[in-house]
Ligand binder design. Structure first.
Ligand SMILES: Cc1cc2nc3c(=O)[nH]c(=O)nc-3n(C[C@H](O)[C@H](O)[C@H](O)COP(=O)(O)OP(=O)(O)OC[C@H]3O[C@@H](n4cnc5c(N)ncnc54)[C@H](O)[C@@H]3O)c2cc1C
Length: 423
C-alpha cells in the first residue's frame, strides 16, 4: 500500500517511521528542512532549535523513541531554573523559599492550595467548560491571579488569555509543579533535537521511504475515497493520505465539510528571536517570565541550561505568541521585529545591544492551537469518514491539553496504528 504523508514535522516523521516497514511511504514537506516547529539552525559547527525546546520526565513516548534510536546517551536531565521579572527586578522562582521572597505570604499559601487542588484532579473533562481565569479566581483569589497567572496567560495567549480553559491550566500545573525543594529538571538532547530528526529520517529511508520537498496543493478524490495529492501540478496517486497540517490549512486542500468535523480550531503564531551573545545576561536563570511593558513574554537564556562550551558562545531566545495576522510581529520585516525586541531588552538589561554578535528570527502562524473553553470537543480523530484519509498533529488527543514533541510523536504513532488496523 502507498501512503502519502503531508507535513514533515514530528507527527509526519513519527507516522512514516512506524509505517515504513509495512508501507511504501512518500512524505512531503513544504519547507527546505524537515522538523516543522522542532527544526534547527545550523550555526558554525553546531545545531540549535529555531524555537527553544526541552522535555519533561512525563514525555514517555518521546523518551523511549530516543532510546530505541540509540540516542539515549544524548538525553540529559538538567536544572531548568526559572524566574520572574517585575518591578524592575529578577526574582528566581525555583524553590519554595525563593517563591516566598517574590510573592506575599498569603499569595504563596493560596498558590500552594491551588497547586495541590490541581494535582488532585484526575478527570479534567469538566474543566474544559470553564475558563482558567474563573477557576483561578474561585480557587486562589484575585491577587494570585493578577500577580502570578495573568502575566503567564498574557505571554502564552495574548488577547485570548481570558478564553483559555481551566483544563489547559490543570494540565500545565500537573506537569510543571513536581519540582521538589531543589527545582525542576528538564530534559535536553546534547547536540540538539536535530539528532532525533536525523535518525528518524535515516530509518524512514532505510525502509524504502521517499521524502520530497514541495507544497501539496490539493487532495484529490474519486468516488468518495482519496485518489492522491497534487504536488507541483502533478498527481501522486496513493491508497492513503495522512494529513498533519492545521485544520484551516487542510480546508485549502480539500472540501473539509465532507469530514463532518468541527474544523474551527484557532491557532496562534510565534515570533522567536535567537541571539548569539558575547557574554552572559542573567545569573543562572534559564527561563524568565516577564511582567513588564515589553513586546515579548519570556526570555530564555539557553546557555544557562546547556553549557556554553557546547556552542562556544552564549545563546538566548526572546519570544512572543501573537494571535492576529495583522500583528506588528507578523507584518513587520525581520529587522523591525528585532529592533522592537532590542528596545525591550535594553529596558530590562541595559547595554544588551552591545553584547549581540548575531541574531536569527523564526516566525510561524500555526505554532499552537488556542486551548479555548470547549476545545476538548474539537480534538480531531485519526480516522475520518473518507476512506483512506487520516489526520494527526497538534490537534490530536495526544496534544491536549498542551501540544508538545511527545504529543506529536504519539499522534504519529497512534495514526499509524489506526492505518494498520484497516489493513
Ligand atoms: C515556540 C515553540 C516552543 C516549543 N517548545 C516546546 C518544548 O519545549 N517542548 C516540546 O515538547 N514541544 C515544544 N514545542 C512544540 C513542538 O515543537 C510541536 O508540538 C511539534 O514539533 C509539532 O509537530 P507537528 O508535526 O505536529 O507540527 P509541525 O511541526 O507544524 O509540522 C507540520 C509540517 O507540515 C508542513 N506543511 C504545512 N502545509 C503543507 C503542505 N501544504 N504541504 C507540505 N507540507 C506542509 C509544515 O511546513 C510543517 O513542517 C514548541 C513549539 C513552539 C512553536
Amino acid at each position: 500500500m502507498k501512503t502519502v504523508i503531508i507535513g514533515g514535522g514530528l507527527t509526519g516523521l513519527a507516522a512514516a517511521y512506524k509505517l515504513g516497514p509495512q508501507d511504501e511511504i512518500i512524505l512531503i514537506e513544504k519547507e527546505p528542512e524537515l522538523g516543522g516547529m522542532a527544526s534547527s539552525y545550523k550555526i558554525c559547527g553546531y545545531t540549535i532549535e529555531k524555537y527553544y525546546h526541552h522535555i519533561f520526565a512525563s514525555d514517555k513516548e518521546l523518551i523511549s523513541l530516543i532510546e530505541e534510536l540509540g540516542l539515549g546517551n544524548r538525553l540529559e536531565w538538567l536544572k531548568g531554573t526559572t524566574g520572574y521579572y517585575f518591578d524592575g527586578k529578577i526574582y528566581p522562582m525555583n524553590t519554595p523559599l525563593e517563591i516566598l521572597k517574590a510573592l506575599p505570604l498569603m499569595d504563596v499559601i493560596r498558590l500552594t492550595f491551588l497547586v495541590l487542588k490541581a494535582r488532585s484532579i484526575k478527570d479534567r473533562t469538566p474543566f474544559d467548560e470553564i475558563t482558567a481565569k474563573k477557576w483561578i479566581l474561585d480557587t486562589a483569589g484575585e491577587s494570585v491571579y493578577n500577580n502570578f497567572f495573568l502575566p503567564l496567560l498574557s505571554s502564552k495567549f495574548g488577547d485570548n488569555k481570558e478564553k483559555v480553559s481551566a483544563a489547559w491550566l490543570l494540565g500545565r500545573v500537573q506537569i510543571r509543579s513536581n519540582r521538589g525543594t531543589k527545582g525542576e529538571r528538564l530534559g535536553y538532547m546534547r547536540g540538539g533535537f536535530e539528532l532525533l530528526l536525523e535518525k528518524m529520517v535515516e530509518n524512514i529511508r532505510k525502509t524504502g521511504g521517499t521524502i520530497k520537498q514541495g507544497q501539496v496543493s490539493r487532495i484529490e478524490m474519486a468516488g468518495g475515497s482519496i485518489k492522491g495529492v497534487t504536488l507541483d501540478g502533478k498527481l501522486i496517486e496513493c491508497d492513503r493520505i495522512i494529513s498533519t497540517v492545521a485544520p484551516h490549512v487542510l480546508e485549502k486542500l480539500m472540501e473539509t465539510s465532507l469530514l463532518g468535523l468541527d474544523m474551527n480550531i484557532n491557532y496562534q503564531g510565534t515570533a522567536c528571536a535567537l541571539f548569539g551573545l558575547k557574554e552572559k545576561i542573567m545569573d543562572d536563570i534559564y527561563w524568565l517570565n516577564i511582567k513588564e511593558d515589553v513586546p515579548f513574554g519570556a526570555v530564555i537564556e539557553h546557555t544557562n541550561f546547556i553549557p556554553e562550551s557546547d556552542y562556544g558562545e552564549r545563546l538566548m531566545y526572546v519570544t512572543t505568541y501573537f494571535q492576529d495576522p495583522q500583528s506588528q510581529l507578523w507584518r513587520s520585516s525581520n529587522e523591525e521585529v528585532i529592533e522592537l525586541y532590542l528596545q525591550g531588552l535594553e529596558k530590562l538589561f541595559p547595554g544588551f545591544r552591545e553584547k549581540v554578535k548575531w541574531w536569527r528570527l523564526r516566525r510561524d502562524m500555526d505554532t499552537a492551537p488556542v486551548y479555548e473553553v470547549g476545545y476538548g470537543k474539537k480534538v480531531l480523530p485519526y480516522e475520518t469518514k473518507i476512506k483512506g484519509l487520516y489526520l494527526a498533529g497538534m490537534f490530536s488527543d495526544s496534544n491536549y491539553p498542551e501540544r508538545s514533541m511527545n504529543g506529536s510523536i504519539l499522534a504519529g504513532f497512534k495514526c499509524a496504528e489506526a492505518v494498520l488496523k484497516q489493513v
